[in-house]
Design a protein around this ligand. Structure first.
Ligand SMILES: Cc1cc2nc3c(=O)[nH]c(=O)nc-3n(C[C@H](O)[C@H](O)[C@H](O)COP(=O)(O)OP(=O)(O)OC[C@H]3O[C@@H](n4cnc5c(N)ncnc54)[C@H](O)[C@@H]3O)c2cc1C
Length: 398
């Protein structure tokens, strides 16, 4: 057993890395150990599925930065067990390490539904390298799932002249969070790029030849990738007796019911606007990493940052701030060049969500202002939001 305890972070992904550096930025001088199961230097996941750079490793920080910050990075090392009563973790190399405070930032794992066992999934650099290696002109790719990752991969494949079929069980794309009018823009674009989109189509099985659909149709493919969502990696927490729902349950500080253990990023389920959510979002993982570090050092602040995420497919950019509620009406704001933003108001008369899409960064500025409006609960009317003559910045300033 190692001697000095300190801060231990399980999971060297976006959240864990941010938390490790944030501990130092907040002035913590004790040992910080970041333990990651993957062999690589911690890297960014969003580029793995996107465009020309897909499959290439973009590291979060160079090795020397960990050394300079006094962060012990243990790669290719898995935490096998949390022994909460002894405040220690047991590692795959057989050692145990004591902690004062522990952060679980184990992220999520790609799902597969029954029948899809033979499909590949895309979560890690190794996954991306294996998938991208099969992208040769004329190769046939079947993507199961018309969500962000599947569609980004479809776009990347088309850019490399791969034949692509996307199979989606719902009657439209990105149904989980993206408003229908924006999803339709992406549907049209994928079709125009030559992607065969099979909507309302359910997979019966995946095999060597491709995909068999529930209605008996066959989709022949050299490679099948399932992009049907991710499940939070909660195994360690469950074994340690921590409460788990859809993710590890934490309070407003990102603390679990064990005062020494925190959870953050894709693996955690946290309070948001009177309910609870789990997000799979790059920026949320970062924000929560910083927040968890501060909380581990004793800060009592509620995590309240407005959710924000993006997707890039071909040259179309999508951004969403807040969490769209499918039951509420959308207020439409048409921008130049075919870009579109859809707003939603909450019961309090303040902005609840803003979702936008268009060429390149066409919606970035306005979504960024909208995000601040959501965060500050600025009162606003539907007419002001719809009127392109009304500057959002002026609404923000009130
Ligand atoms: C292909 C792809 C594209 C994406 N694109 C976008 C995008 O465009 N926009 C956006 O907002 N988000 C995007 N995301 C989501 C974003 O990358 C995640 O929200 C973010 O990576 C979550 O960070 P995390 O640190 O919580 O988890 P992860 O990044 O998953 O890191 C968790 C780490 O913990 C390790 N681990 C797990 N268990 C153990 C253990 N027992 N011991 C040691 N280590 C362990 C895992 O190996 C992993 O490295 C994308 C994700 C993928 C996969």
């Amino acid at each position: 057993m190692s001697g000095a305890s300190g801060m231990i972070i399980i999971g060297a992904g976006e959240c864990g890395v941010r938390a490790a550096f944030a501990l130092r930025e907040e002035g913590y001088g004790g040992p910080v150990t970041l333990i990651g199961a993957e062999p690589h230097l911690p890297y960014e996941r969003p580029p793995l599925s996107k465009g020309a750079a897909a499959g290439a490793q973009k590291i979060i920080a160079g090795e020397s930065r960990y050394d300079e910050a006094g962060i012990t990075l243990r790669r290719a090392t898995r935490v096998e067990r949390i022994e909460a009563n002894r405040r220690q973790v047991a590692l795959s190399d057989g050692t145990t390490h004591a902690y004062d405070k522990l952060l679980i930032a184990t992220g999520a794992q790609a799902r597969r539904f029954p029948g899809m066992e033979a499909a590949r999934t895309l979560r890690s650099l190794d996954d991306a390298e294996a998938i991208l290696a099969a992208f040769r002109p004329g190769a046939r790719l079947a993507v199961v799932g018309g969500g962000f990752i599947g569609l980004e991969l479809a776009a990347t494949a088309r850019e490399r002249h791969v034949d692509v079929t996307v199979i989606e069980a719902a009657d439209r794309l990105m149904a989980r969070i993206v408003p229908a009018a924006l999803a339709a823009m992406f549907e049209a674009r994928h079709r125009a790029e030559g992607v065969a989109l099979l909507l309302s189509a359910t997979v019966a099985s995946v095999g060597e030849e491709g995909v068999v659909l529930a209605d008996g149709r066959h989709v022949e493919a050299d490679l099948v990738v399932a992009g049907v969502g991710a499940a939070p990696d909660t195994q360690l927490a469950e074994q340690a007796g921590l409460a788990v729902g859809d993710g590890i349950l934490v309070d407003h500080r990102l603390q679990t019911a064990d005062a020494s253990i925190f959870a953050a990023g894709d693996c955690c389920n946290f309070p948001y606007r009177g309910g609870r959510v789990r997000l799979e979002s790059w920026r949320c993982a970062q924000d929560q990493g910083t927040h968890a570090a501060r909380a581990m050092l004793g800060a009592d602040e509620a995590f309240s940052r407005t959710p924000w995420f993006w997707s890039d497919q071909y040259d179309l950019g999508l951004q969403v701030a807040g969490l769209p509620d499918p039951a509420r009406p959308f207020i439409r704001r048409d921008l130049a060049g075919g870009a579109l933003i859809l707003f939603q108001l909450g019961d309090d008369g303040a902005l609840l969500s803003a979702s936008g899409a268009g060429p390149g960064n066409a919606v970035a500025k306005q979504i960024s202002i909208a995000e601040k409006m959501i965060q500050r609960a600025v009162p606003v009317s539907a007419g002001q939001l719809a009127d392109t003559g009304t500057n959002l910045k002026s609404l923000l300033k009130g």
